[in-house]
Design a protein around this ligand. Structure first.
Ligand code: GDP
Length: 290
């Protein structure tokens, strides 16, 4: 059955349905309330939670469980389907030559994700290169270089460079032998005009096939504005959620996915280059509800 790692209170409510073939209105109310509680504490946007709960309530009340299906399994299936509908499948990442640009605020995990993704592509038999254009954050160059060495992938950066757009241009030329180019960009502590201007210029030079928004799993309501700004400026085709090895559940990513009409591509689960996974809805949904 889908969703094996549910939180104990939701599981408790579901277990009360054991043996029932039909759900009462109170049963549905209780389950929906538990789901709301879980999703809100996982930082899922309030209006998304409300939309989701009304669809779940409607379906659980109106749809008859198919023959042989218990009420418990039926409601679980509805919850799962509605969440998958919202979250979607993983972003399509073709295993072919391409350029991917990473966007996000400082500290979200872009540099780490760039090296991790390069490692991931190299394991798939491609030849990736990371181009580090972050001239804003001290230490970004060294960090990226070291991680790329560990990942055994090509790297370009210019520790003396001050113009990220020029670095991007030079980087593409210098890593001509690579087939997948991953362009890391500078963040800022907050959304500032200078950040948006800079990333738009880099995008113009790099012309990425895909731009990914990197979000810390702990991001809450801030996800919406970031997603909107970056989507308006460079077009976001997918979201990366980092730091899922911590306690945060990453519900803010749903807001971003919804806002950018995109999907989740990768998950970051630690600080080393191997700590990356492709997004997969089942595990993520279990975590959100857990
Ligand atoms: P950037 O400013 O967006 O480039 O962010 P960094 O890549 O420098 O990441 C900021 C901090 O978060 C660093 O200390 C990283 O080691 C850490 N970090 C990034 N991704 C993860 C992750 O998936 N798990 C954990 N635990 N730490 C991470």
């Amino acid at each position: 059955m889908v969703l094996d790692n549910l939180g104990s209170s939701l599981r408790g409510s579901l277990d009360k349905l054991q043996g029932k073939s039909r759900l009462s209105e109170e049963d549905v109310e209780e389950i929906v309330k538990e789901i709301q509680r879980s999703l809100l504490s996982a930082d899922v946007d309030v209006s998304l939670v409300m939309d989701l709960s009304s669809s779940i309530k409607e379906r659980a009340t109106e749809e008859e469980p198919p023959g042989g299906t218990s009420a418990r399994d039926h409601v679980l299936k509805i919850v799962y389907e509605e969440l998958v509908d919202l979250i979607g499948e993983s972003t399509d990442i073709p295993l072919e030559p391409q350029t991917i640009m990473l966007a996000g605020l400082q500290g979200s995990g872009k540099t780490t994700t760039a090296a991790k993704m390069a490692w991931w592509f190299s394991k798939k038999g491609l030849r990736p290169a990371v181009i580090q254009t972050d001239t804003f954050r001290p230490g970004a160059y060294d960090q990226a270089k070291q991680m790329c060495e560990r990942a055994e992938v090509d790297f370009y950066g210019d520790p003396e460079g001050e113009d990220p757009v020029q670095i991007a241009r030079d980087g593409l030329e210098a890593t001509d032998d690579a087939d997948v180019h991953i362009v890391d960009t500078a963040g800022r502590h907050a959304l500032e005009d200078s950040l948006i201007d800079e990333i738009e210029e880099i995008e113009g030079v790099v012309q990425p096939d895909l731009s990914l928004l990197v979000l810390d799993a702990a991001i809450g309501q801030g996800a919406k504005e970031q997603a909107r700004e970056f989507d308006d400026s460079v077009g976001i085709g997918g979201v990366v959620i980092t730091k899922l090895d911590g306690t945060a559940k990453g519900g803010g990513a749903l807001t971003a996915v919804n806002e950018t009409d995109s999907s989740i591509s990768f998950l970051g689960t630690g600080e080393t280059v191997q700590d990356i996974e492709r997004f997969e809805p089942n595990g993520f949904i279990s975590r959100l509800l857990g």
